[in-house]
Design a protein around this ligand. Structure first.
Ligand code: GAP
Length: 457
């Protein structure tokens, strides 16, 4: 049975994965802090994505661009004029709603995403939709709400210094296209990858860490020759799906949702979302878009600088087309916890909580557990010093060994080593497996090799 969102939020808080943001002051709505296990899991997700999409790719390179960018960026990209959500207020209770979400929830046969304001207003007017918060039907007219967070740079508090927190990392990549091309000596096709924070003033954030105002994206902008973009679109769709399957998310919990032609964003000639079966149903995890040459064309026009690529074989100049797989780190975090959490009934009737997460993602790869503190702690600490140079280790010498195993299972530690008299006398260690609870005996050099081999990606 799948974990509910309530159980998952409770579990994440209890074990130190995710805490309410600013909890000490009563919290700040929809902000989350990542605890000791959460930050490690998040780092592991990002490291594996980077390994697959940058390190193991002969054609992709990395970038880390600034969050704050020249505001002309957002004029050129269309975010200032068009990065809006349709918004409606309930006059009775003042609750604020995203109109497309209201309509989708009211009538599942209508897909309101991407419809014009006029059409949305017609649907609201012709329906019996009521405010989900108070049940009254008394709405303001629909209006557009820009999702970018505005702030100002420097000491002067006038509008000439308005800047924005980036709503996607992608634009930093487009602005550096020429810099990367020149310095990396790449030839088309090639990609630029970036991991970083993005900010959106979402009207209706929610579902725990699924939709937040501050989040991280792993984005790849892959530049290719016009006319080849559909092949590359399919290539990156497949590669993205494969990454998720390799993280042990089963195929039947994932699907592609292709956007209908009339629902495509103005810059895209094809878009598909990889959806995961979250606790509330299938929802977007990873957007893959063919963005044409829209962004480079816009930045070329607004900056006055040529962003064309010259093909060294044909000497022809052109603006590359772009394929963009864009993954939300927190959404994958949520999917992985949802997938891995299990409450397992053991042969003796006990129930154990176990996080059967891919070993490469596990916050700790191995737990070091001296059987009797007084007798085995010194050797266990020496082993910790040796192993922690190679893999992340936890150390626990309190409570009975069964309880300590349970805690390791609950936080997804794939291996536990017990240090006992045999370890002192013969130099052998008992290695226990999280998923099967089977045990094997290994020597110290074998331990390192075994754990590294079985926690690799
Ligand atoms: N550069 C393209 C872009 O940003 P998007 O579909 O708006 O496309 C890409 O976002 C991914 O970023 C989404 O599939 C999702 O995983 C993540 N994402 C977007 N908005 C989010 C939010 N408010 N909270 C958490 N993750 C979000």
């Amino acid at each position: 049975m799948k974990i509910t969102m309530e159980q998952l939020t409770h579990y994440a808080k209890n074990y130190g994965f995710v805490f309410q943001g600013s909890e000490l002051y009563g919290g700040l709505a929809n902000t989350w802090d990542y605890g000791p296990l959460g930050v490690t899991l998040k780092n592991n997700i990002k490291a594996l994505w980077w390994k697959r999409f940058v390190q193991e790719s002969p054609v992709n390179v990395g970038l880390d661009s600034a969050i704050l960018m020249n505001p002309k960026t957002w004029e050129a990209s269309g975010h200032l004029s068009g990065f809006n959500d349709p918004l409606i207020d309930c006059k009775a209770c003042k609750a604020r709603h995203r109109v497309d979400h209201l309509i989708d929830a009211f009538d599942r046969t209508i897909s309101a995403d991407g419809l014009s304001i006029e059409r949305l207003q017609e649907i609201i007017d012709g329906s019996t939709i009521k405010c989900p918060a108070c049940g009254v039907r008394d709405f303001t007219p629909i209006r557009q709400f820009n999702l970018m967070f505005k702030t100002s740079q420097g000491a002067l508090d006038d509008h000439s210094h308005d800047i924005y927190l980036r709503p996607e990392t992608a634009q930093g990549i487009f602005l550096n296209f020429k810099n990367v091309l020149r310095t990396s000596r790449k030839k088309i096709p090639f990609g630029i990858a970036q991991i970083g924070k993005s900010f959106r003033n979402e009207i209706t954030p929610g579902n725990f860490i699924f939709r937040t105002r501050e989040f991280e994206q792993c984005e790849l902008e892959f530049f290719c020759e016009p006319g080849t973009e559909m092949d590359w679109f399919n290539y990156w769709k497949k590669a993205s799906m494969q990454f998720l399957l390799d993280l042990n998310i089963p195929q039947d919990h994932l699907n592609f949702s292709d956007h209908a032609p009339e629902k495509l964003s103005h810059y895209s000639n094809a878009t598909s979302d990889i959806e995961y079966q979250f606790a509330w149903g299938f929802d977007e995890l990873w957007g893959i878009a063919s963005r044409t040459d829209y962004d480079l064309k816009q930045h070329q026009a607004h900056s006055g600088e040529s962003l064309e690529y010259m093909d060294p074989m044909t000497n022809q100049k052109y603006l590359p087309y772009v394929i963009e797989p864009s993954l939300g780190v927190e959404r994958l975090f949520l999917a992985l916890l949802t997938e891995a959490y299990e409450e397992e009934t053991l042969d003796n009737g006990d129930i154990r909580t176990v996080l059967k997460i891919h070993p490469a993602l596990a916050p700790y790869k191995v737990a070091i557990l001296p059987l009797i503190k007084k007798r085995h702690a010194a050797q266990a600490q020496t082993l910790f010093e040796t192993l922690s140079k190679h893999v992340t280790c936890s150390y626990d010498d309190t409570g009975n060994i069964g309880r300590r195993y349970r805690r390791c299972d609950a936080i997804g530690t794939p291996f536990a080593i017990t240090i006992d008299d045999d370890s002192l006398n013969k130099g052998t260690y008992t290695l226990r497996m999280r998923d099967t609870m089977a045990q094997i005996t290994l020597s110290e050099p074998q331990l390192i090799e075994y754990i590294q081999k079985h926690t690799a990606f």
